[in-house]
Design a binder for this molecule. Structure first.
Ligand SMILES: Cc1ncc(COP(=O)(O)O)c(C=O)c1O
Length: 388
């Protein structure tokens, strides 16, 4: 019998069934899922519209090279064009967030004839060699360096660093406007503005990684809308497939016109099932006003958490946007995650001291009230224990 190679910790729970915002174990015990497979199941587990679309596509044509046309790809492109700024005339599908990041980095170097890439402290863009090269955490890089050359790190939210480090030799700046894995750290409006301006001034391409923040999670279809800026390359992943493994890079004509045909390729990228999943997910996003729901529910969840935790000394901060929320603590939150799981809520960590909540947009007010009560209770237990 083979053993599965584990990189993530074993949470000691076997999931038998999942639906909407809940999962069940084999004893029929129900859990509220605020982990959603690192943010993937934002549209709910097995969203019926997406399941139907996938089954229908599976029974027609499931796999074919992008050398051949399939109707579902055209239909997907048509609906996707409704949710991105009109400057993005092209979409390219890959299978994971990291691959989309690697692709964007390759494109940036290839079209600009420059080498330098700038990323930020506490960034997380994935674990392939390219994506890892722009991921700051030593924990992931240890033992596998050297990574890509000519990659420079600037301080997140430092306008001075951006002005100092981004110059005329820079091919690309890659940024998350809310850093997910790095600790739910929010880019300031001023920082985002300067990043955009500096990229335009020096001719560097601005890659905004919305693999975690995008597709409605943060309360608008894309988080960059809240900053009044537009990237040169937009990356989406996780939620955009409704559970199907897919990522999307959006590019404008002026970049695509400079890409040589041999630059990239992918066996599975853009396969009909992925196209069906993205098409159906986008239909859900639009038909169910998902970003608005995420904004309203997120505001309620954040304000309820703030009110409940305001006098708890070991809580440093409650922050986020829409349904991407972090509770910054004065301790490492592993035990808190366990306490939540014991109370039938699945959540995850971010950075070193942050409890991260990434619920589906289907979460109800009752669910939210329960979450706030349990988080309050669990954190207070730790406060009392630490004080004692
Ligand atoms: C912002 C961001 N970029 C890239 C990635 C990498 O995506 P994947 O794990 O699908 O390769 C992640 C994954 O958590 C992410 O949060």
């Amino acid at each position: 019998m083979l053993k599965y190679l584990m990189f993530y910790e074993d949470r000691g729970l076997e999931i038998a069934y999942a639906e909407g915002q809940y999962v069940w174990d084999f004893n029929g015990v129900k859990y509220l899922d605020m982990h959603t497979g690192h943010g993937v199941a934002f549209l709910g587990h097995r969203n019926p519209h997406i399941v139907k679309a996938l089954i229908e596509q599976l029974s027609k044509v499931a796999t074919v090279s992008t050398s051949f046309r399939v109707r579902v790809r055209e239909e997907m492109l048509e609906i996707l064009s409704k949710i991105v700024p009109s400057k993005f005339e092209y979409a390219y599908l890959l299978n994971s967030g990291s691959e989309a990041v690697d692709f964007a980095l390759k494109v940036s170097r290839a079209v600009s004839n420059r080498k330098k890439i700038v990323h930020f402290t506490n960034s997380f863009h994935g674990r392939t060699f390219g994506a890892l090269s722009v991921t700051s955490s030593l924990k992931y890089r240890k033992g596998v360096e050297p990574l890509l050359p000519e990659v420079y790190q600037a301080k997140f939210n430092s306008v001075e660093d951006v002005e100092k480090i981004v110059d005329e030799s820079t091919a690309a700046i890659i940024v998350e406007l809310i850093q997910g894995e790095g600790g739910v750290n929010i880019a300031s409006k001023e920082f985002a503005k300067v990043v955009r301006e500096r990229a335009s001034k020096t001719g560097a391409l601005l890659i905004i990684d919305e693999i975690q923040t995008g597709f409605g999670r943060t309360g608008t279809t894309w988080l960059f809308e809240q900053y009044n800026i537009v990237p040169d390359i937009l990356l989406a992943g996780k939620a955009i497939g409704g559970g199907f493994p897919v990522s999307v890079a959006f590019l404008p004509h002026e970049i695509v016109s400079k890409i040589e045909p041999g630059l990239h390729g992918s066996t599975y990228g853009g396969n009909p099932l992925a196209c069906a999943a993205v098409k159906a997910s986008t239909e859900v996003l639009l038909q169910d006003s998902v970003p608005r729901q995420a904004m309203e529910k997120g505001e309620f969840l954040i304000s309820s958490l703030k009110a409940r935790l305001k006098d708890v000394r070991i809580v440093r901060d409650v922050r986020g946007s829409g349904l991407m929320i972090g509770i910054d603590l004065r301790f490492e939150p592993t035990k808190l995650v366990k306490c939540l799981q014991d109370n039938k809520i699945l959540a995850l960590k971010a950075g070193v001291t942050v409890l991260r909540l990434l619920p589906p947009y289907l979460i109800t007010m009752n669910d939210i009230n329960y979450v706030v009560e349990v988080i309050g209770k669990c954190i207070e237990e730790f406060s009392t224990r630490n004080a004692g």
